[in-house]
Each structure stands twice: as structure tokens, then as C-alpha cells.
Design a protein around this ligand. Sequence first.
Ligand SMILES: Nc1ncnc2c1ncn2[C@@H]1O[C@H](COP(=O)(O)OP(=O)(O)OP(=O)(O)O)[C@@H](O)[C@H]1O
Ligand SMILES: [Mg+2]
Length: 1053
Amino acid sequence: MSTDPCEIKLKRVPSRKRSRDGVRSHLTPKKNVSSSETPAGEEELKTYFEDPESLFGSVDMKRKPAFLSSPPQYCSDHEDLFGDYDSILGDCSFMARLEDVEQDAKRQSTEKALEGSSAVDQGWGGGLRSSSPAFGALKTAGDHSRTTCGEGHAESDTMSGLNNKLHEDIPSSQSVFQQEVFTGTERGDTSTPVEKATGEHHIPDGSAERQGPKPHARWSMTDRMKRAMLENASAPSPSISKLAAWKEAVMTEEMDAAANTVQTVSSEIDLGPFYGLPTKVKDLIANLRGIKELYDWQKTCLTLDSVQQRRNLIYSLPTSGGKTLVAEILILKELLCRKRDALLVLPYISLVQEKVRGLAGLGLELGFLVEEYAGSKGRYPPVKRRNKKSLYVATIEKAHSLVNSLVELGRLESVGLLVVDELHMLGEGSRGALLEMTLAKVLYISKSTQIIGMSATLSNVEDLQRFLKADNYTSDFRPVQLVEYVKLKDTIYEVHPQEDDCFQFSRVLNFKYSSSMQKVDPDHIIALVTEVIPAHSCLLFCPSKKNCENVASMICKYLKKDFLLHREAEKAVLLQELRSSGGGALCPVLQATVPFGLAYHHSGLTNEERKLVEEAYTAGVLCLLTCTSTLAAGINLPARRVILRSPYVAMDFLKRSQYKQMIGRAGRAGIDARGESILILQEKDKLLVKQLVSSPMESCYSQLMHDNGKGVHSLILSLVGLKIARTLEQIREFVLGTLLNVQESHTCPERKLWDITQDSLEFLRQKGLLKVSKDCENNLVLEVTSLGRATYKGSIDMTYCDILYRDLSKGLDSLMLNSLLHLVYLVTPYDMVSQCKPDWMIFFRQFSSMTAAEQKMASGVGVPESFVARKAAGQTLLSYNHIKLITDPTVAARLYLALVLFLLVKENSLWSVANRFQLSRGFVQSLLSSASAFCSCVLHFTEELEEFWAYKALLTELTRRLTYCVRAELIPLMEVAGVLEVRAKQLYNAGYKTLSHLANADPSLLVQTIQNLSRKQANQIVASAKMLLTEKAEALQEEVNDLLALPPDLPSF
Ligand SMILES: Nc1ncnc2c1ncn2[C@@H]1O[C@H](COP(=O)(O)OP(=O)(O)OP(=O)(O)O)[C@@H](O)[C@H]1O
Ligand SMILES: [Mg+2]
């Protein structure tokens, strides 16, 4: 079996050669093997990799993955995978937290009693304000009738979860407590409404209360629990047989209910009049989205056989076709009717945040949770919820980690529906590979999970159908007609892709240019944009970031002064906000263009600036954005006219899919009667553009082989690590289900997929990530090594796992802790190094301002001051190599980036740091977010390696610091989807200091007190805060339940 020698030479550091420096690990099988990890002998290994069938029989595929003792945490490469973010922010004990929840609930119930009136459901706005948000979470779903209760409400709500627990395993000693509580409430010891075991609720008349409570009826939940715990310690187990009988009865009841549900679902009886949903959903969609009637295609799609019979489905329609709504209705069906969780995968963090904000209101009204998995948010594994179902809205990276964590715990079946928006992302590099891995795992493991994929730009849909075993629905419906034009010299041609002469004369552009203007604007951009702005909106796609800024500035110079008057006051507020987002600094280009209603939009803007610009554009305050192609697939910002400055992105000619996405922004449904796109072209590109507008869409190909087959390597490592496949036979079976296999002849024409798989196994073995050992029945099985486990759990790129191990080991010898620089250096992402060349003068200045300890640390990692000084003086490496100052330039560059991060962590503003290092603020921000992501990955990596135990506490805190480089008091507000630093500051200054403040805020008051906040945004902030609070409270409730549950493996007679 051969492995590409170059590949191994470049990337491999054999484990036995890895420097341990006294840190003894169990990475080298020979030196440290546990009995269960006994590696096969060399001979067996050789035979195994050459002829697996001679050694293996197949292993039972249905076997559940092992339940690990500690909950796993996953991370992925490009995203911040910040598992268990709550635990980072709050380290109070369970009892303390319980006490907090209880106090809060008591306070709220008292307030409610004082108000003396129940909250009334008043549709959307009223709905947000109705019912106790902080504690509503602790109620059973749909229990709105109980909001009027007075004293004892808090206890009752907390107890309702405990009563529910009676349906489940209860330790015999625990039952003393449980029964007392249960009978206590049944007897009406308090005025608390009782939730019976049947799930029915009734409101007692309070007579029991009037008779006076029993002696401990007023005990707090915490007291009861403490008492119960004491009793538990001494209680014998007398009631076990009674309990067992009772449990059996409950179980039978539950199984009957489950059987009924299954019957109902399979007989496809509509559970509600609106595509199986209650009419309330229809009303909410009308109120929240303004959509009163579904498009015909949407109706057809929702009643397709595939949908009814829950087969996998791919549907493709042009941009703006209304694909999202169909997916949302299917998700609601899954959550509300089938009562299973759903996972919605979107390609960008901004889209996830937008969707979480948009769905929070629906979730609150309909009683499901919306959980955000993007940026630094998301919990692995997700909290297991008994009462409510969850919709996980995730980026591709987070979805992959989420699925892994569910697989590991054998919980994947809890996800009933997986929806992938922009399915063509399967063909996009490493993210495409991750998406393919996620889908392949779901297909392989959870036969009951339905997969829905949607896209506007799919050509080889048959391949994807075969991969997903899916039906296909296609329509070319577009609610707003899109007319395509090209402009050549001063003539506009309408595009008719079907016809021989696809450019047909439309008109001659009417403009009066002076000669100087003609020189500055030879493409007549000003004439094209002024035909639509300021009355309508316009997007102008440019080939580069710099070009966006230049074109925006150029247009402003020639615009009439009248433009300044259009929505003048709002533009002034926008400028103010932009300035405060930069801590007083404002980009000079935006300063000049915003008063005219123009702005540029590209990755050089900070997240805050981008959001402010997007909001102002959506509101019509800005009428023209000059942007790069990234805007095309990001947030939904439609325009009356879309102009493409040239058919290039940087130096590359546009792809058909890029072109379609860009022009697809034209025409707003419900606002514009039609949309138009104009591509400016030069004579030399005419033929290419003809092909561009008339050729079919590019095909979407598997990316598992992308970047030297990294996808295949990490797929196999995680398959073995997650125990999805442990023999070659099982691995073969799995890879047969990938898109790569479907497209084998195209994607890897020279080698068979099976050869690639075997080479990959050998690669992983040689790299010390995979080994062969014997299972309990003495069969040889594949197993990940400790380093392998750490690598896939931390989602560490295999190129860097050895280097990371080496750096961290070295760090243990000499970690400098009197400054954060050393730790920051250790988590500076390796893959960002190539994106930034150090400015040696700046480096030298920064180096000189470091403390002696920091300089010593720099020297320790291999970058002495003399090296930086010589580079700053312009000397080349050659001229001083003879004095043995051989410093690895990539290590020096990494230290340079670490210095940038170090300053940011010290709470210097992004702008001042960007200025000091002469970097764009967008780059500095993306460095920061990838460092916080990587820090979280390194944390998970170290958690799997005993020798790195000391890093856990350090990296947990560092992740928090890197994630929120803001004042600590703003962090709770910034946890709410879409609340960035500027908005958090505004809210904080207006008195909204906690999540609870926001969740209970009156949206109308917010609009009045917070500058430049629309009613819609205020509603969304309040709804998102309510949702987050509910989610946190429910998580605590689940923790209570888990703590009080009977351990399944409790020894008993
Ligand atoms: N039945 C409907 N009636 C009126 N408007 C609708 C309807 N369905 C969807 N829309 C609106 O149409 C617009 C575009 O819908 P959507 O974002 O779902 O498009 P899409 O097909 O996903 O497009 P893209 O491929 O660009 O993402 C949205 O503003 C949405 O609210
Ligand atoms: Mg869409």
C-alpha cells in the first residue's frame, strides 16, 4: 500500500520522534498501553492493513456508540466552537443557581400577584409581553392558564419539573422526597396550581391556603432539596417494589401514547388545517412576515408525496423564490406535530443570527426553543430537553460538531429533520467537505432523520439526489421579474440567453458628462446609479475591496447637493453610531459617502460597522452600497437595480453561480414590480460574457479530496473516534454512502475511492492518530490514539496537530504567566500566519516595549530580539545565518499576530490596534474571532490529553477573554443574538443591564429610548432575550432533573 511520500514528508512527525521533554503521555502505543488498548503486533498490523478481511469479521453496525464518562466538546476549524459557553460565564454552584432561579421566580410571582392581572395574549407585540418570561421556561409547554397564580407560584413551577420526573427513574431514597412533594401539592398545601401526572392542569380555589399551610409548605425549593438530600443519605429502600409497579404503569401508558402517535403520523392525518399545523401558525406567519397567501409552488411543494411520506427532498428555485418559508413550515411540523428536534444549517454566521432573531418570536408563541450555534455560541452536546423541542440554527462548522456530539451520545435520532439551505455549499472547499461529512453521518446513522436541501444554483442535482437518496422538486418561479442587461460602451443590451444573439439592443444610455467626468468615470457608473437612487436602492458589485471604496468616493464627488437632504437626520445618526462603534474613530471614506446615502460593504469593515450599514440600507437611509461578492450570498439585501462593475472577482473571471447570486439580489418581493441587473463589460470580454450568461450552472462536486484529501482523513478519524466504523469493512460501507463515491469517476479519476481510503488509514496510522487494537472479544479493531482523539475532538487541522502538541508540551516547561502573551501565542491560529506579513519596524517597536519576561518568552519560542532587530534593519537571513540565528520566519510571524491579539485582550480598541499595526480593522477582527475559535479548539484538544491538565483552567478563561473583548458588564447583553458592542452599550446606559432586563423590556419604550432602533429590531431583541432566558432556565431545570434522577446503573438487590 503506498502513501504519497511527499505528503507524509511534509506533514508527518512520527509520534516516537515527538519531543516529550519529560512529559510522559500515552500517545506512543509501545510505551503506554492500557489493557483495552493493546496494539496489534507489527506482523498483525501489516497483515491488517494489507488484507483486512483475513482478520476481521463485520461488527454489529447497530451497536450504540459508547457513553463517555465526561460530556464531549467539539470544535471545528473555522468557527468558534465554544462548547458549554454558560459554564465559562457562570461558575456558581448548582445550589446557588437554583436559589437564584427560585428567588427570581418568587420575585416575579409576587410582582404578578401585585399587578393582579394575567398577561393577555395580544398577538405579536402583546405576545412578547405576556406570561412570565424568566420563569415561563420552568412551566410545561402551553401552560398559559397559570399565569395568574399568586404565592407559591415559583415553587409550583419549579416543582412541576420534579413532578414530571415521577414519570422517570427515581432513586428509592429520593422517592421519599418526591412523594412528599407530590402528595403535598396534591393535598393543596399551597395555592400553587397542580400539574397532575396526566399532564392536565387545574387551578385550585385556594381553600387549602386559607386553612393554613402545613408546617413545611413554605419551605423553599432549595430547603426541600437540601432536606431531601439529607433524607436520601439515610433512607433505606423500602418502596422499591411499589415504585417499580408504578413505573411500569407509566411506561405502558407512554408506550401506548407513542404507538398512537406513530400511527397518526404514518396515516398522514393532518394534525391541523395549515399543512398539518394549527391555524395559529398561519396567523403568526401573516402577522410576523406579512405573508398572507403561499405561492402556488410553495403549496405544491408542501403537499408533495416526498414531504408527506417524509422522504428526503431537494428543491431548487431561482433566488427570491421563497424557499425559506417552505423549510420553516416543515420545521414547525417537525417540532410541533412530530415532537422532535430540528437542525437548520445556514452558510454564514450573519444568516444564523438573522434567522435566530426572526424565529425567536415564533418559538415563544408556539412553545419551542431556538438555539443559536454560530460564532462563540452553542453547547455540545445540546441540553436534552424533556418538555420543549429545540430548533438548532447552525453554521456548517457548528452543525458538524453538533451532529458529532449527538452521535457520540447515541442521540442523533432526536433530530427528526435536517434542513440545509444553500445546498450547493457542498462544493465549496473545506466547508463543503464538512457539510458532506455531516450529511453522510446522518444518512448512515439516523434512518429516521429526514433531510431537506434547498438551493438556487444547482446543476448536477442528480448527483446530490443519489447522495442524499432524495426526491427533487424544481420550479423557475420568481415572484419579481428579473431582467438582465449588459452595458457595452454607452449602449445597454437586454440579455436573452436562449437566443443566438443573446445581447439585444435596448437603449442608449442618456447622460451628459463633462470631459473631466468622462475621464474619472469612463464606465458611466454615475449615470447608471442616478437613474435609480435615492428613491430606490442599488447594489454595485466591485472586483476588489479597494475598488469598492474608490468607486463610492468617486460617485459622491459628482452627486448633486440634493442627495445630502434625503433622510438627512437619519444619516447623521448613522454617522454618530459608526463613530461610536469605532470608539470615536470613523472611517474617512464612510464619513464622506454616508451623507450622500452611499457606503461601501466588504470584509474590511468591523462586524458593528457592517451591521449598521446593512440596517441603514434595509431601512432606505442608505440607497447605494458598493460591495464585493461576499454580499451576494450573505445577508438578504435586495435592490431595485444591481450593477456589476466588471465580470471579474479580483483577477478571476466570474463563475456562473456567482453571477446568478449577485444579480439575484435585484427585485424585492412585495416592494418592486421588477428588478434589473446591468453588467458592465468591455469589448475584450464580450465572448466570455456571452458564455457566462448562457451557459448552464457549474456543477457541484464533493470536496472530501480538497487540500490533499484532508476531508477523507478527518472523516475516517472521526468515524473511528465516534465508533461509527471500527473495521475496514464498516469504513468501506460508510464511504460508499458519500458524495465522493457518487462522483468517484469525476473527483478522483486516477485512483479508486477504496485505494484512497486505505491510503488515508495508513496516513493516519503513521501520523500516530489511529492504531489497531483488540476488542473484548479479541477481534482486531481500529481505534484512535489519545492524540487522534484530541485532534478530532478539538477539530484541529491535521497539518498542525503535531506542531500544536509540540508547542503545548514546550509550554509546560516554561509557561510565562505574569503576562497573557505566552498563552495568547499558544492559541494564535497557525492558518492565519500566511495572511499577514510582519512589518518589521512595527514588530521591533512592539518588541522593545515588551517587559523583560515577555522578551524572554519570545526568545524561548525562538524569536530573539536580535532577529527582529536585524530584520527591521533590513538584513536578510543569509547575512547572519553564520551566527546561528536561525529563526523560523513562520514562528516570528505567529508571534507578530500574537502581539496584535495581546493588545486587543488588554482591552485596547480594535481601531487603535489596527492603526498601530497598520492592518485593516476587518482583518484584526477576523484574527480575533478565529483566535477565540482556535483557543476553544485547543482547550478541547488539551482536555483529551492528561499531561495538559493545567491548560484547562487557563484556556477556559482565555477563550472568554478573546470572545468578548469588551467590558465584562456588556457580556450578558451581547449574548442575545445580534446585539453587538455598540447596541449593548446603548442598552446598558439606558438601564438594561442584564438578560432579564432585556427579556422584560417594553419594545415601545426601547424604541423611544434607544437611538436609531426600529420597532422591528426592538421586538426582535426582546424576543431573542426572552428565548435565551427561557433556554437557560430550561437548561437549569434539566440539570435539576438529571441530578435527582435515579442512576440507571445503581446497584440493587
Ligand atoms: N408566499 C409569499 N408571499 C409573499 N412574499 C413571500 C412569500 N414567500 C416568501 N416571500 C418573501 O420573499 C422574499 C424572498 O424569500 P426567500 O428569502 O425565502 O427567498 P429564497 O428563495 O430563499 O432566495 P435566495 O436563493 O436568494 O436565498 C422574502 O422577503 C420572503 O418574505
Ligand atoms: Mg434563501
